[in-house]
Design a protein around this ligand. Structure first.
Ligand SMILES: Nc1ncnc2c1ncn2[C@@H]1O[C@H](COP(=O)(O)OP(=O)(O)OP(=O)(O)O)[C@@H](O)[C@H]1O
Ligand SMILES: [Mg+2]
Length: 263
């Protein structure tokens, strides 16, 4: 697999080996009937890293995100976040602790304005619909505008989200995930369905956020995007961890090449 990462800034700083992981999974497993969607997977993401999660279609990447964000109960193993055991936590609890995610199929309220989507997402961590729909304070609106400006979609604040392009919707979803000011963002295929110009915008924004201290775990099929941003990459195949290493190591790994292109 050839990569083109000329003219790119260096990828995110590798972790210091004595640091405690921000997010860690030990022998995480998730079964759907007889199918092991995630099977005994160990991984760790350290503060300040941008880590890639790749693998062929159906290899368990999204299921692992669902387990980490606690949308799916796991059938085996342990998940820790900020040193705390969150194996049995509810989604709103890990969200309150500082974990946000986006979805492979973008989840925005298409008939609400971009701004309203941002305001509602600030209340995601609340447990009742009534709390979610309460009026937002001025400081929340101000944060929403600042983030929309940062993501270069402020001019669309009063448009219905359904009118946005695929790439603009991905940017909006990243903005929604940023509203609660998380420590780690899990982005599931942030470049899927996005035109090359907006892919560069997303890449640049992730890099800036990372420089400001945010940690990222990125599911991607876009290998150049991973190679440009990530210091480390995990590869899943049939639910199992096939490899881990730097992007260069992964791209030269025979087993990984085989998994992607077949024997
Ligand atoms: N809710 C579910 N019920 C049953 N099987 C599921 C469910 N969710 C996922 N699977 C199966 O688990 C396996 C892993 O799926 P998953 O969506 O996690 O893969 P993925 O690596 O994200 O794939 P892609 O790159 O296509 O998004 C697949 O075989 C899928 O069909
Ligand atoms: Mg997926």
């Amino acid at each position: 697999m050839a990569i083109d990462n000329a003219n790119c800034l260096p990828p995110s700083t590798p972790m210091a080996s004595d640091q405690q992981p921000l997010l860690e999974g030990r022998t995480v497993s998730k079964y759907f009937g007889g199918l092991a969607a995630v099977n005994n997977v160990d991984f760790a993401v350290y503060p300040g890293e941008i880590v890639g999660l790749i693998g062929p279609n159906g290899s368990g990447k999204t299921t692992l995100f669902d387990c980490l964000s606690r949308l799916q109960k796991i059938d085996g193993g342990k998940i820790t976040f900020k040193g705390r055991d969150v194996t049995r936590a509810r989604p709103y609890q890990v969200a309150r602790m500082g974990l946000s995610r986006t979805f492979q199929s973008v989840r925005v309220y298409r008939k609400m304005t971009v701004l309203r989507n941002m305001l509602i997402s600030h209340q995601w961590r609340d447990t009742s619909l009534l709390l979610m729909l309460r009026p937002s304070p001025a400081s929340t609106a101000s944060r929403a505008h600042q983030l929309l400006n940062f993501l270069q979609i402020e001019h669309l604040a009063h448009e219905d989200a359904g009118h946005l392009s695929g790439g603009q919707r991905r940017l909006l979803e990243i903005g929604m995930a940023l509203m609660p000011d998380p420590e780690i963002l899990l982005l599931d295929e942030a470049t899927s369905g996005v035109n090359p110009t907006l892919i560069e915008t997303i890449k640049d924004r992730i890099r800036t956020l990372n420089q400001q201290g945010k940690t990222f775990l990125l599911i991607e099929h876009n290998i150049n995007f991973i190679a440009d941003l990530c210091s480390r990459v995990y590869v899943l195949n049939y639910g199992e961890k096939l490899a881990e290493g730097t992007p260069q190591e992964i791209l030269q790994n025979e087993a990984v090449i085989d998994a992607y292109f077949g024997a």
